[in-house]
Structures are given as structure tokens and as C-alpha cells.
Ligand binder design. Structure first.
Ligand code: SF4
Length: 374
């Protein structure tokens, strides 16, 4: 079923007035999903055009795209997309920043602790002395990632665990906003055997001292890169500081497509939104900025790998993870992060004349404005 943009707008104005806990009847759901699908298709066409303009675009096994030096493509991403998955390790439940794009925005003080002396690995609580048991009793992952909030709040606690996994030959990567990184703690991480460090450079809006920390990290840790959500602010500041960033000798830039949840949606209210595979909700500009950055990197021959970590990549990641976990055909943890479709978030894109649908058609009888649609 196709729908015109004008009809979609009228219906969405109606849907967003309904109580959140009141599910739409099936035909109204069909209308809502048809409109979301047409927004998704129109956005996909824009993405395809931008992709076609990137010289030397490379595919990672059909699961993701990148440009640049293959040897500098992050091994942590290969593990995530082609290996046994992300294999998340969680420890720190705090952060020193409050980024508008943070998934925990407004809830930072409410993040549950893992517990003193404890680590959460694959959803289970361990003490450091349990790691030999874990390694002997489980299938070894191709890599693990320290993923929870800001590890440099207590980075000294990580060193023995990183050392233990390093001695077991497991590839490890860690995320940081970089604002608490020093020569000393970066050197200690390298000495413990951390393989890869990823800076969320957008968290500090490309602060000079974080750029400096990237350069210091590169002296101690084999793979160092940036992983940050693509926003207009980051895009603009990054291009101003691009030469300083590239001079650090970093290996890769992972451009994450910003996706929103009930915590951070309000910070991007009024932006043009689309939904990928009825799951992640994102402003359309985020992925488009990534592709513009990749094109520039390719045209100017930046000495790094620039990776398009978009919603499609996350979709592939979750399929890969479930397949390795022995999930059924098609199983995935990928999905919508809202209890119900946030209809009001789509009004700006439906009102935007510069974002046409690829194809429009009158609604069939029984689905039209003024019909009783159940
Ligand atoms: S640095 Fe990371 S964890 Fe901290 S507020 Fe920003 S996005 Fe959230």
C-alpha cells in the first residue's frame, strides 16, 4: 500500500494525539507502517546517491562500508560484524560528561552499579579471579569490548582484567570520551595489552586536549581511532580540526549513525526523522553526514580507514551475533527502542517539502481520511 505524503501527515497528526498505551487497530497500523516505509525508502534513495559519489568505496563482506587503508580498519569491528559479536564487558556506571546524544541522557545518576569487585560479561557477574573459569568453560570470543559509560573514571581497575584477557590472547577494545586520558594512564593501558582504543571525539566537540590524547594513545596502543555519532556540530568542528586529528596518526574513524531513544529524543526534537527496519529512529542528516565525510576522506586520500557504522551495520551486527549464539534463522536483538512508535517525531519530515516520497498513491477505500478505519 502506498500513501501520499499529505495523507500521511494528516494520519500522523491524528496518531500522535492518541494515548501512548492505546495500540492502533490493524488498518491504522497498516497506514502508519506504510508511511514509515515510504520515509525509509526515500531516505535509502538519498543514501544510495551519496554512496555512489564516494570513490573507492569498499564493502566488509556485504555487512558494512568503508574507505581507506584495509590494514587500518578496526579489528574490533571485524570481530563484531564477522566474528562472534561485540561480547560486551561492563564495569563503570558513571560518566563525567552529559552529551545530548547519550543513550543515558537525563538518567546518568540512575545507572545501576555492577558492584565493587565485579564485572558484567555477557550479562553475568564475575570477579576477576573467575576469568580462568570463564575462559575454560566458554567458547572464546574473537574479541571483547568495554562498553559501559566512561571507563577512565576508574581506569586503574581495568588494568588487571585487560592483562588477563590479553594473556589469554583475546582482542580487546575500549571506548572513552578521552577527557580524563593522560600520558600515564594511556601508557598503562598499552602495557596491560589493550589492543584498540576508540575516542568519542564528539563528546568534547573535538577538544584539543582529546586530540592530543589520541596522539599519545597511538604511541602506546596498537590501534587507535575515533568513534562518535555524526551530528552537524561534530561534522563542522571536525573539518576545522581535521589536519590536527590526522596528524595524531590515528588508524580509523567510525562514523556512528546517531539513533535516538526515549532519553535523548527530546534533544533532537524537530529534526527530520526516519526509522530503519522498524527499529532505530535517527535524524536523516546523521548518515548523510557520514557519507559526505567518507567522500571527502576518499577524495583527499586521508591515511585512515573511515567506516560507515550506520543503522544497517547495526542490523547486520545483531544478525551476526544471534547466528553465532545459535539463534534461529532471522533472529536478532535489533528493534525499536520505544514502547510505541513516537508518531510526533515524524511530523517535521512529513511537513518538509524538500523530502518527497518516491511514489505516492491515494489510499484504498476503507483507509481514507473520513472512513471508519479499524
Ligand atoms: S561521554 Fe559517552 S557515556 Fe558520557 S555522556 Fe557522552 S555519550 Fe554518554
Amino acid at each position: 500500500m502506498y500513501i501520499s505524503k499529505a495523507d500521511a501527515l494528516t494520519w500522523f497528526e491524528f496518531f500522535c494525539q492518541l494515548p501512548d498505551d492505546e495500540p492502533l487497530p490493524p488498518r491504522q497500523q497498516e497506514i502508519a507502517l506504510a508511511a514509515l516505509s515510504q520515509i525509509e525508502e526515500a531516505e535509502a534513495a538519498r543514501v544510495e546517491k551519496l554512496r555512489s559519489e564516494i570513490p573507492g568505496l569498499k564493502s566488509l563482506g556485504g555487512r558494512s562500508f568503508y574507505v581507506g587503508d584495509d590494514a587500518r580498519f578496526p579489528r574490533g569491528c571485524r570481530s563484531c560484524l564477522l566474528g562472534t559479536g561485540l561480547s560486551a564487558v561492563r564495569k563503570t556506571n558513571r560518566c563525567n560528561l552529559r552529551c545530548p546524544f547519550c543513550y543515558d541522557y537525563g538518567e546518568m545518576e540512575l545507572q545501576p552499579p555492577i558492584g565493587a569487585g565485579y564485572w558484567e560479561i555477557g550479562g553475568t557477574r564475575f570477579r576477576a579471579e573467575d576469568l580462568p573459569l570463564l575462559l575454560s568453560a566458554s567458547n572464546r570470543p574473537t574479541g571483547i569490548a568495554y562498553v559501559y559509560l566512561e571507563p577512565f573514571m576508574e581506569i586503574e581497575l581495568y588494568l588487571p582484567v585487560i592483562r588477563a584477557f590479553h594473556e589469554a590472547g583475546i582482542y580487546q577494545h575500549l571506548y572513552t570520551n578521552g577527557t580524563l586520558a593522560t600520558g600515564e594512564n594511556l601508557r598503562a593501558l598499552g602495557a596491560a595489552g589493550l589492543d584498540e582504543l576508540r575516542f568519542n571525539l564528539g563528546a568534547s566537540n573535538c577538544a584539543d586536549r582529546v586530540i592530543e590524547a589520541i596522539g599519545i594513545a597511538k604511541q602506546h596502543i596498537p590501534m587507535v581511532g575515533i568513534e562518535t555519532p555524526m551530528t552537524p556540530d561534530f561534522f563542522e568542528t571536525f573539518l576545522q580540526k581535521k589536519d590536527a586529528v590526522l596528524a595524531t596518526g590515528l588508524d580509523f574513524i567510525n562514523c556512528a549513525e546517531l539513533h535516538l531513544n526515549p532519553n535523548n529524543l527530546e534533544n533532537y526534537w524537530g529534526e527530520p526523522m526516519y526509522m530503519y527496519r522498524q527499529g532505530y529512529l535517527s535524524p536523516t542528516w546523521s548518515h548523510e553526514l557520514t557519507l559526505q565525510l567518507m567522500r571527502r576522506a576518499a577524495e583527499e586520500g586521508w591515511p585512515v580507514a573511515v567506516h560507515d557504522c550506520c543503522n544497517a551495520t547495526k542490523f547486520a551486527r545483531d544478525l551476526n551475533l544471534r547466528a553465532h549464539e545459535g539463534g534461529w534463522f532471522g533472529a536478532s536483538a535489533y528493534g525499536m527502542e520505544f514502547g510505541a512508535i513516537p508518531y510526533a517525531a515524524f511530523l517535521p519530515i512529513l511537513e518538509d517539502d524538500s523530502f518527497p516520497f518516491l511514489r505516492e498513491a491515494p489510499l484504498p477505500e476503507g483507509y481514507r481520511i473520513g472512513d471508519v478505519v479499524l
